[in-house]
Design a protein around this ligand. Structure first.
Ligand SMILES: Nc1ncnc2c1ncn2[C@@H]1O[C@H](COP(=O)(O)OP(=O)(O)OP(=O)(O)O)[C@@H](O)[C@H]1O
Length: 618
């Protein structure tokens, strides 16, 4: 029967029931005149209810209605069964399986992904991701990748694909791993997750798995430090991993490295001391002075030495404001190095450094800068000075971290920023001293392990000849060394013809070995040719790079190079403004001090307290 017809029949049945009721009432209560409309309605309803069985019987007499009801019941039964089964399934899963979900931004995911990249399952899996990223780790160090995985010097790793479940065995337990992506945040941003399910009731297995992954990850990064920056969503994100820079590759005047390193070590060792006195366990270092003098290099070496990762805080990052600054600082791990490079630039409108002339004297930069603190109320992006001060030592500031700030413009810094508790130790980096020149030369040409080679080298007079660098003169026949010599500085040597014009230092053949005695002699000669505090270490390193296979030539050509550089400086000086001769003008200073090597200065680190209470550095 047509459903519409059934409906019409039902409606007419209800209507006829109501009419019958009204007629019966009228007959029974002729004398009763005051019956309210409401009472009538209730009576109609109660009568309709009495009629319901009749109505249902009538409805059920239609086969279509019966079929509908059967379908309805069946559907309800199926759905109930399904829900019941799902619940039972989940209960069983929860009972027998251990399920751990990791956020894609969490460091654990990096450990697990690295661990997974080593697992044999990915050699046979039919769907997988292939990456040369290897989570920033040197896979060779883990020693588990076979050489056929080495593609063009870059190791490849096999990783789980998105939305695919992999199963494997770990310690006789069945493990399933699913990497997924979920929509997160108001802008439909995507966030990755990693789910690990282990068929066990023992939590220890999950801990063991994580520990194994973490150890493998850290073993692979034993000689590396990781660099983190904050991303626009205010998470710390690892951007690179570097080999640790050996401390002995940093050449500062005696005492400077020891000063900072010992201070930092002592800081980490005295957590209880700080706690007892209620002093926040934080330490700040301000490294200031000439560009290219080793500030950043020292920080990286210290990070390697102390086995800490470096978190670079860029105050000029787009979208960073006081709130997000506090939140990313609060999110730092308990033991780490925070690096704020060019902290002065954050409160100037633009970076004032003269990159083309790194030896520019401090005096000129100081003159250019506006007086102390006068710009400190300025902001770049949306970070204010007070926001930065609060973030560094406010309630939410992380404890157990050390902060390194660098600047080329010490005088531009606000005293509030430099006070103890924020930046406790101020260390000045000057242009290269005679001692630094000598040491740089010696370490540049000396074999990496002088102790091992020294006895042999001293015994064998041939070594000097063989490794002296003269042998490499023959290499000039290929022209490459000529180019490297010409490339030093901006002016090329006119006696050498070369069609290639470039500025910079060419990387050519391997450096020769010198005996320690010969290297020391040459280093002395080199240092005597370089004026005291005239060039940055970076400039000297650049010069030596052009002579990396020719130490004798490096010494012989040094006076001419110095002369040329000083001329260039003099020529540039008027262009920077007539009458801009400063007391510490390096050109004048340099010319005056272009004398034979002086004894090394005691220490380059100085403290120039900006206010009372600053720590003095001897
Ligand atoms: N004291 C030093 N000892 C060894 N190498 C140095 C030293 N100073 C600078 N260098 C070399 O010069 C280059 C630049 O050094 P670095 O970046 O550390 O200087 P910086 O003082 O941080 O400069 P900037 O202020 O411009 O950031 C590096 O490659 C580094 O090897």
């Amino acid at each position: 029967m047509d459903p519409i017809m059934v409906l019409q029949t039902v409606m007419s049945a209800i209507q006829s029931g109501a009419v019958n009721l009204t007629a019966a009432d009228a007959a029974r209560s002729e004398n009763t005149t005051a019956t309210s409309a409401t009472n009538d309605g209730v009576a109609v309803a109660s009568f309709s209810l009495l009629q319901l069985p009749t109505l249902l019987t009538m409805l059920l007499s239609y086969s279509a209605v019966r079929d509908w009801l059967k379908l309805l019941l069946l559907g309800a039964l199926v759905e109930t069964g399904r829900r019941l089964l799902t619940k039972v399934y989940h209960d069983i899963i929860n009972y027998f399986w251990l399920t751990a979900t990791f956020d894609g931004n969490d460091e654990c995911v990096d450990w697990l992904m690295f661990w997974l990249s080593k697992h044999s399952i990915f050699r046979t899996a039919r769907t997988l991701d292939v990456s040369t990223r290897s989570f920033g780790k040197n896979t060779a160090m883990a020693g588990e990748q076979s050489s056929e995985d080495d593609t063009d010097g870059r190791k490849i790793s096999f990783l789980p694909s998105l939305s695919t479940t992999y199963t494997l065995w770990y310690r006789y337990r069945y493990v399933s791993i699913t990497r997924d992506e979920v929509v997160d945040g108001p802008w439909n941003g995507r966030r990755q997750t990693l789910q690990v399910q282990i068929l066990t009731r023992d939590h220890q297995i999950l801990r063991d798995l994580l520990l194994e992954a973490k150890n493998l990850f850290h073993r692979a990064s034993e000689n590396m430090i990781s660099i983190y920056v904050s991303d626009p969503s205010d998470y710390w994100k690892r951007v690179s991993t570097h080999h640790k820079r050996p401390m002995q590759s940093i050449i500062l005047d005696p005492g400077t490295i020891e000063l900072v390193l010992e201070d930092a070590k002592d800081f980490f060792a005295s957590k209880a001391w700080y706690a007892e006195r209620g002093i926040p366990h934080r330490r700040g270092y301000l490294l200031y002075g000439a560009p290219g003098s080793g500030k950043t290099s020292l920080i990286h070496s210290i990070a390697g030495e102390l086995n800490l990762d470096v978190y670079i805080l860029s105050l000029t990052r787009l979208g960073l404001d006081d709130t997000s600054l506090s939140s990313i600082i609060a999110d730092l791990p308990t033991q780490c190095i925070v690096l704020v490079e060019d902290i002065d630039a954050a409160f100037h409108q633009g970076v004032k450094r003269d990159i083309a002339d790194p030896e520019r004297d401090q005096g000129e930069r100081a003159q250019q800068s506006v007086g102390k603190g006068s710009e400190s109320s300025g902001t770049v992006g949306r970070v204010t000075l007070s926001g930065l001060l609060n973030a560094l030592d406010g309630i939410a500031a992380q404890e157990g971290r050390i902060l390194f700030a660098t600047t080329n413009d010490y005088d531009a810094l606000d005293p509030a920023l430099c006070r103890p508790g924020r930046l406790d130790l101020h260390i000045e980096f000057k242009l290269a001293s005679k001692y630094q020149c000598r040491e740089m030369f010696r370490r540049f040409y000396l074999p990496s392990n002088p102790e091992a080679d020294s006895s042999k080298a001293e015994e064998d007079p041939e070594v000097d000849e063989k490794d002296s660098g003269y042998g490499s003169r023959d290499a000039r026949t290929d022209g490459s060394l000529d180019n490297s010599a010409q490339s030093c500085g901006s002016s090329a040597d006119s006696t050498h013809e070369s069609s290639t014009v470039y500025v910079g230092m060419a990387h050519t053949v391997r450096a020769p070995k010198l005996s320690p005695r010969k290297a020391a002699e040459l280093a002395d000669s080199f240092a005597s040719a370089i004026p005291n505090r005239a060039f940055s270490m970076a400039t000297l390193q650049g010069y030596l790079m052009a002579y990396k296979t020719r130490p004798y030539d490096a010494v012989a050509d040094a006076p001419a190079w110095v002369e040329r550089k000083l001329q260039e400086k003099k020529a540039k000086a008027p262009a920077r403004g007539a009458g801009a001769v400063k007391p510490e003008e390096p050109v004048a200073d340099a010319a005056a001090s272009a004398a034979p090597a002086a004894s090394p200065e005691a220490v380059t680190a100085t403290a120039e307290p900006k206010e009372e209470g600053d720590e003095a550095v001897a």
